[in-house]
Ligand binder design. Sequence first.
Ligand code: 5AD
Ligand code: SF4
Ligand code: FES
Length: 365
Amino acid sequence: MSELIQEILQKEYLEKADLVAMLSAEGEDRQLLFEQAAAVKAAYVGNKVYYRGLIEFSNICGKNCLYCGIRAGNKNTHRYEVEEQEVLDAARYAWENKFGSLVLQSGERSDKAFVDRIEHLLREIKALSNGELGITLSLGEQSEETYHRWFEAGGHRYLLRIEVSNPELYPKYHPHNKKHDYRARLDCLHLLRKVGYQVGSGVMIGLPFQTAEDLADDLMFLREHDIDMVGMGPYIEHEDTPLYKYKDKLLPKQERFDLALKMVASLRIMMKDINIAATTAMQTLDPLGREKAVKVGANIIMPNLTPTRYREDYLLYEDKPCLDEDADECRRCLEARIHMAGGEVGFGEWGDSKHFKKRKESGNS
Ligand code: 5AD
Ligand code: SF4
Ligand code: FES
């Protein structure tokens, strides 16, 4: 075991070089990193895992991110929109099964019909659950007015991944135009904060050309922006995307998964009281991926509630799990997995980010 990692893990403030060492830890050092992350998790957020039932209600997207399987330019994807009643049925299911919260996710659109539809849906979901279901939105870049309207209608958390925090790298993974502008995305994160949301962000791990230094910068970005909740997972190639041509430059899947796990552990050690998701992409690369993430720091899981017949059209990346399962199967499966990881489901609780609460109390919004 190296003295170095032990020293690093005790530090109050982790510098970039410390994070790079943590992300590169092998053998006993790696074990130590995971143990420390588990201890921090137990001390600061406990062993409860909170559900966010995920409804991927449309794959229609106006953007063209170079990594994403539902990018506008992918003509092989059949586009769908789940009709309102089915979304409401899924929300009711979440409420009846005490999921506590929902995530509404779709491709990015900002036309009036879309904005109105979401506002209406939010009010309907709040009404059918007596205001009990918490709602996280994951609907991309929008105007301040839109964010405000959706907040007023009942959305109280918003997930907008920065994807890659380095403005110089951002154009490697996105088209070079106004729709895919790093500055605009960053501005949206600030707007969300200003409007009053619990703000979530995150990055992809193991992109072609990305280094451990870049990932350390990503972690520092999340700290610098005082993010309340994080969803991050491994990048997974998709054949119908421009980034696929670099597939031979990627880390092998098990190593990529391990890097993602070290990112989760390092983030937990660095930002002790935030919410961290065990993302579906983790499970794509390792059959026990989500359990492993829960063990080293994650405390949020998103059971899939998208009606089964739409799931195969929401393929952001290859080998996405749960394509043939329905809500009941995913619910049972996940509860068993969480127990296996030594966790307990926080049924009927919102499980808001403790970090957010602290921030509110200290008036530092
Ligand atoms: N691999 C992993 N994650 C991806 N996402 C999109 N495409 C991929 C991919 N190929 C993630 C992005 C986005 C979220 C909804 O899905 O981070 O924010
Ligand atoms: Fe659209 Fe999001 Fe995919 Fe980008 S990552 S193409 S915004 S769905
Ligand atoms: Fe969907 Fe396991 S979470 S089948």
